[in-house]
Design a protein around this ligand. Structure first.
Ligand code: BES
Ligand code: MN
Ligand code: ZN
Length: 499
C-alpha cells in the first residue's frame, strides 16, 4: 500500500473516500463536533448533527454520498468518542476502522483527515499502523477470496505540519505494522501448512530478505546441545523440531548488552499424551505465536537499525501423542543440567523455552525477553485484554513497561515470587513442569526463571491476546500480532540508553 500526505483543504481532494472524525464534546446530551475546520465539510455535517444521525460515538459510521460541495465521491463521518479521551492510541484504532470500512465497500484508496488536537507526527505514525494492520485479511484459503487489499491511503495534514517529521513517522509506522502483519500471517497458517520446518524456512526467508544472519538446526544439533527438555516435546511427532537463531549484529554496536529474544514455536499443541479435549483444539495451531512474534520483531529491528546486538531464538516443534511420545512422570534433563519431572505433557511450552533460554545465554545474551502462548491460566487472570508480563528485575520491567505504554499495546505485570516456587518442587527431580491449578501463569513463569540464571528477563504470556476472539471495527477476528511493536520499541530505547 502506498501512503501519501496532502496539505490541501480536505474538501478539495479528489478521492473515492474521504474520512473525517467527529468527536463528542458533550456529556449528556452529546455535543458532536467535526474534527476539521473545512467549511464545506462543516456544512455537510451540520444537518446530520442537528438530526442526531451523527453523535460522535466511538467507531460510529455515517456515510455521505456525492453530490456534495466536496471533491470526494463519498465521505465517511467516523465517530471518535469523547473529546477528552481521544488519544493517539484511540486514533490508531479509528484509522484501522476507516481502512476496514473502506475495504468492506471494495474501496481501495481513501483520505484520512488527521485531527489537529493530536501531535502530527505521532498521529501520522498511529494512522499508518492502524491502516496497515486494518488491511489484514484472514480468508487466505477461501475460493471466493477477493483481492481486497488497499492500494493507497493519504493522510490529510495541516499546512503548518513538519513534513519531514511526518514522512519519517509514516515510514516507521509502516515498518512496524508490516512486521506485525508478518507475525499474523504466520500465526494464521494451519499446522499442516506451518510445520516446524516451514516455520524455520519462513524465518530464514525473512532473514535473507533483511540481511540478517540465520542458522537453522534439527534434532542432531539439539542432541549435541543436550536440549533434553526441547527434544522431549518433539519426540512424539513425525515432524522434526527446528531450532532457529536469527542475529542482528551491527558492526558499530558495543559487544554488550546483547538482547536475547526467545519465542515458543509449537506449530500444533495437541497436549501430547495429556491430550487436550477436542473442542477448540483447532486453535492450537497458533501455539507458535511467540516464535512468529520474534520473526516480526526481528524484521522491524533489521529495518529500523537500532545500535544494539539482538539474537532471536525460535523453538519450533509439534506436541503430539505417539508411541514415542513422552509420558507423564518422565524425567528430562534441560541443557543446563536441571532435571524436570514431566507431570503433564501439555505443559510443553516451558520445556522448549527452558532450553531456548539457556541457549540464548550461551550465545551471549545479557538480557532476555521471551514470548509464548504459555498458559490458559493467564487468560483466567487477565482475560483477552492484557498480555501478562513477568520479570525477575524491576528496573528492566519498568523499561519494558515504558515501551508498552508508548506503543499502546495492553500488558499487565504479574508477580514472580519465591513463594510460588514451592508449587513446582519435585520429589524425584529438581522441578516439575506443572504447579497445580492456582496461579498457573505464575508457576509457569517460575519454571522459566530456573533457566535465565538471574539475567534481567521478561516473559510475555500472550495466550489470551495473540488471537482476537471477536472482530473489532479496526481488526478482524484472528491473529493480533501482539508484542511485536513493544519489543521493537523496547529494543530501540534500550539501544539508545542501555546504561
Ligand atoms: N498452549 C497452551 C496454552 C494456551 C491455552 C494457549 C489457551 C492459548 C490458548 C499450553 O501449552 C498449555 O497447554 N498449557 C496448559 C498448562 C497446564 C497443563 C499446566 C494449560 O494452560 O492448561
Ligand atoms: Mn500445551
Ligand atoms: Zn502449548
Amino acid at each position: 500500500m502506498k501512503i501519501a500526505i496532502t496539505t490541501s483543504a480536505p474538501s478539495t481532494v479528489e478521492t473515492p473516500l474521504l474520512v473525517v472524525l467527529v468527536t463528542d464534546r458533550g456529556d449528556k446530551p452529546p455535543a458532536p463536533e467535526l474534527l476539521s475546520s473545512d467549511p464545506a465539510l462543516q456544512s455537510l455535517a451540520a444537518p446530520l448533527i442537528a438530526a442526531a444521525d451523527l453523535t460522535g460515538k466511538f467507531a460510529e459510521t455515517v456515510w455521505h454520498l456525492a453530490p456534495s460541495p466536496a471533491a470526494a465521491q463519498r465521505i465517511l463521518f467516523l465517530g471518535a468518542g469523547k473529546y477528552a479521551k481521544l488519544t493517539t492510541d484511540e486514533f490508531r484504532k479509528l484509522a484501522g476502522a476507516a481502512a476496514r470500512a473502506a475495504k468492506a465497500r471494495n474501496i481501495k484508496s481513501f483520505v484520512l483527515v488527521l485531527p489537529q488536537l493530536l501531535p502530527a507526527a505521532p498521529a501520522a505514525q498511529a494512522a499508518v499502523e492502524g491502516i496497515v494492520t486494518g488491511d489484514f485479511d484472514v480468508d487466505t484459503y477461501r475460493s471466493d477470496r477477493k483481492d481486497q487489499a488497499l492500494t493507497e491511503a493519504t493522510l490529510s495534514v495541516s499546512e503548518s505540519a513538519d513534513a519531514k517529521a511526518i514522512y519519517q513517522a509514516i515510514a516507521e509506522g509502516a515498518i512496524l505494522a508490516e512486521s506485525q502483519n508478518l507475525t499474523r500471517e504466520l500465526a494464521l497458517e494451519p499446522s499442516n501448512l506451518m510445520t516446524p520446518t516451514i516455520l524455520a524456512d519462513r524465518a530464514r526467508a525473512m532473514c535473507e530478505e533483511e540481511g540478517l544472519a540465520c542458522e537453522v538446526y534439527g534434532p542432531d544439533k539439539l542432541r549435541e546441545l543436550k536440549m533434553g527438555a526441547f527434544l522431549s516435546v518433539s519426540q512424539g511427532s513425525e515432524e522434526e523440531p527446528r531450532l532457529v537463531v536469527m542475529r542482528y549484529e551491527p558492526a558499530t554496536a558495543p559487544a554488550s548488552p546483547v538482547l536475547g529474544l526467545v519465542g515458543k514455536g509449537i506449530t500444533f499443541d495437541s497436549g501430547g499424551i495429556s491430550i487436550k479435549p477436542s473442542d477448540g483444539m483447532e486453535k492450537m495451531k497458533y501455539d507458535m505465536c511467540g516464535a512468529a512474534t520474534m520473526i516480526g520483531a526481528m524484521r522491524a529491528i533489521a529495518q529500523l537499525k537500532p545500535n544494539l546486538r539482538v539474537i532471536a531464538i525460535l523453538c519450533a516443534s509439534e506436541n503430539m501423542p505417539d508411541g514415542k511420545a513422552q509420558k507423564p512422570g518422565d524425567v528430562q534433563f534441560a541443557m543446563n543440567g536441571k532435571s524436570i519431572e514431566v507431570i503433564n505433557t501439555d505443559a510443553e511450552g516451558r520445556l522448549v523455552l527452558a532450553d531456548g533460554l539457556c541457549y540464548a545465554r550461551q550465545l551471549g545474551a545479557t538480557h532476555l525477553i521471551d514470548a509464548a502462548t504459555l498458559t490458559g491460566a493467564v487468560v483466567v487472570a487477565l482475560g483477552y485484554h492484557n498480555a501478562g508480563i513477568f520479570s525477575n528485575n524491576d528496573a528492566f520491567a519498568a523499561r519494558f513497561a515504558a515501551a508498552v505504554a508508548r506503543t499502546g499495546e495492553k500488558m499487565w505485570r504479574l508477580p514472580v515470587e519465591q513463594d510460588y516456587f514451592e508449587h513446582i518442587r519435585s520429589e524425584i527431580a529438581d522441578i516439575k513442569n506443572t504447579g497445580g491449578r492456582w496461579g498457573g501463569a505464575v508457576t509457569a513463569a517460575m519454571f522459566l526463571k530456573e533457566f535465565v540464571d538471574d539475567k534481567p528477563w521478561i516473559h510475555l504470556d500472550i495466550a489470551g491476546t495473540a488471537w482476537l476472539e471477536e472482530s473489532k471495527a479496526w481488526m478482524p477476528k484472528g491473529p493480533s500480532g501482539i508484542a511485536v511493536r513493544s519489543i521493537v520499541d523496547f529494543a530501540r530505547a534500550f539501544a539508545a540508553n542501555s546504561e
